[in-house]
Ligand binder design. Sequence first.
Ligand code: C2E
Ligand code: CA
Ligand code: CA
Length: 885
Amino acid sequence: MAALAHTPLDRAALRRLRWLVALTFVAVALASSLVFYRGEQSRLALERSRALAVAESELRQLEDHLNLALSSTRALAAMVRQNGGYFRDFPQVAGEMMPLYPGVSSLQLAPKGVVTYVFPLKGNEKAVGHDLLRDPKRNGEAFLARDSHRLTLAGPFNLIQGGFGAVARQPIYFSAPGKGEYFWGFASALIRFPDVFGDTFDDLLPAGYHYQLWRINPEDGERQVIAANTEQPLLSSVDTEFLVPNGAWHLSLAPVAGWQPPSVLLKLALAVLLISSVFALAVYRLLRQPIRLRALVAERTRELQAQADSLRKLSQAVEQSPNSIVITNLDGNIEYVNRFFLAITGYQREDVIGQNPRILSSGRTPPGTYTAMWQALPQGKTWQGEFYNKRKDGSEYVELAIVAPLRDDDGRISHYIAVKEDVTAQKQAQEDLYRLAYFDSLTGLPNRAKAIAELNASCHASAAGPALNALLLLDIDRFKLINDALDHASGDRLLLLFGARVQLVLRREDLLARLSGDEFAILVRGLDADFDSAAGHVAELSKAIHDAVNKPFKVDGDDVGITVSIGATLYPSGPADAPSSVLRRADTAINRSKLNGGNCTVFFDEAMGAQAEEQYKIERELRLALPAGELRLYLQPQWRADGVIMGAEALVRWQHPQRGLVPPATFIPLAEESDLIVDLGIWVLGEACRLLACPEYALTPIRVSVNVSPRHFRQSSFVPWLTGLLAASGADPKRLTLEFTEGLFIADVDEVVGKMNALAAMGIHFSVDDFGTGYSSLSYLKQLPIHELKIDKSFVQDAPSDSDDAALVETIMSVAKHMKLRVVAEGVETEAQAIFLNSRGTVIHQGYLYGRPEPAEDLLRRINDTLQPHPAASLAHHPAGQWQI
Ligand code: C2E
Ligand code: CA
Ligand code: CA
């Protein structure tokens, strides 16, 4: 009902109700007034009849008193007749009679109408002698009495002797013979009012009545009041009439308070008001209730409508939600699924209603997921997690689900609702992203980031336990050359096969990762805590890797043989061992392995660490060395077999303030790892051009060969820069040879060819350095403007003793001959080597046998001063000392 207070009521109905209430009030007022009027009427009638009865009973008393008083005259008359007229003892008789007739104040005898005898005389003296028949004021009654022979009553009137009264006159007749009947006189009694009435009217006032006893005065026709208990005129009085001897008297009664006293009227009016009000109120109450109820019903209907509306919207929202929605009962049985659920799962509604959602389970959701969910839900908590579900057709999808308990109005959990979003695509994207971030796209192996993350993790884990782990870095030897020789896709396949083969020798818990290009890493975790035992395991493992890898790989139908360099370290080396330190140690070890010529495993030891540190220091110092002018240009001459000096190779040295003369092997590989090599190349070429252009050198016009790093040559500005340098220095391009290793031809061959052609057009020559160490594909030679091959010193040195190397040297020389290329043999140290070379064809010699690299100016001075060829040149069985371009 509280709600009703705020319920707006129907205004029109309320207005009607007000009218109706007013009407009811008026109608009831009228009706009740009528009823009261009727009641009042009958009450009045009753009252009047009661008053009448009272009046009549009063009259009877009055009559009794009056008759008694009047009868005094008859008694007196009887005595007069008995005594034959006047009797002497009248005063005595009258005195005895008086007490018998209360109300009679005096008795008189008036013979012949003249008052003669009066008792008591005292006070009535004036009446004596009064001739009644002659008193014009009073003789009417006197005559009436005399003539009618009947007792008459005169008055009332004011008595002469004072007071108010009436006189009863009894005519007395005598009859005498002859005379007949004659009039004797009157026997009169003076009746005083109100003495004569005695106590007759005394009870009226207490009974609540006013009365008037009155008559119509025959003399003036006026109403003459005989007795009354009020001066006021009586209103609507009840009147009774009774006959007295000379006429009629009336007794009128009226209630003191009136017939309808104001208090009664007031009470009636109040009663009418009350009744009308009660009725009106009842009507108001009675009729307002339905209005209020109607309003309430209307309001409730509106509320229900609104509820139904929002319920409809809600259910539409649920039904049409772009998320899958499932409602189950507490047993987990499905009671509702929305459209999206059906669309996602491929089920029909009837397939799933009553079923447990586990029909969706693909079995891939971790069991812990369900455990966690069933822990949370009965406690009224909302749970969120991922389900790996399957559709009706068996295909899998991943859902992000929010499952919450539904409570009824009493707050008890009645259902569970699951809102699920298909996150398969996001999940896939996440996984892809993860794969991209942490896995190598070519081999599918973990990548550098993943390897480092795992290394980090195992470092932290190791801190907690005594076990040792190992990090192995693997690098395929000369892979760049192999890769160039194969096409790119085949190189990729080789890497793939390599990874797979290494994987085969690993334990499940070991992690193989591809760090970059041909660099791989292996994390061997959970080794024995004993150092020797762990190192033993790593040694065995690395041997197994070498064995596995050394077997030829089938790539595009060709057998490709590779070897691998491995650097290994155990970790943690101490409580504070950091991943970066572990990596650095393994790196140092693999560098050492490479320096050792590859195809071997090197375990890190502390000495290596010191060396790595040293290298770092060198690199830093080298950066400063260039601007500080610490580099020196050395030249190593190249001799033709007939003793003619053909040219010299420019080789850089570093005149270190503390270390002394540092050989390039110490710093060139370091410089090649950054653009430092470019700065260095700029310096060397600048020096070489200065040399070519200087007047002393002009005297001995030999070629100068300069080693150019691929990194430098690949600079887009290389050609214009060199052109500019040549022009600025005045050096003759036709006497400049640029040496490259086969590494230059790995990639962007077209661009390289373009640049080489541009330079070749200026007269610059190109030489392939360390020829024979790369992958033996000679096909590229045809495309390039090559003028010279330099046989690597390893072949040259072993050729006299090793038939394989000898065969290789011979092959190179025949290829060169066929392609009309110059051949320079490097590292000729012994006469045997020189003889071997010369016996196989035309070769230019460069080596310690003829001369070590020496400061450029030293060589120049020597050549210019002595014009003497190196004594060893005589071994070439040719006249020495000639210079030739
Ligand atoms: P490389 O181009 O193969 O140079 C030939 C190397 O063989 C030189 O070592 C030379 O001193 C050495 N050599 C010459 N004759 C003999 C011999 O009879 N027996 C032996 N055992 N060695 C001989 P070097 O001067 O130490 O240079 C080493 C490498 O440093 C060079 O190898 C070259 O690759 C690089 N290098 C030197 N100077 C430069 C340069 O200015 N620029 C670039 N990019 N690389 C340079
Ligand atoms: Ca060289
Ligand atoms: Ca070389």
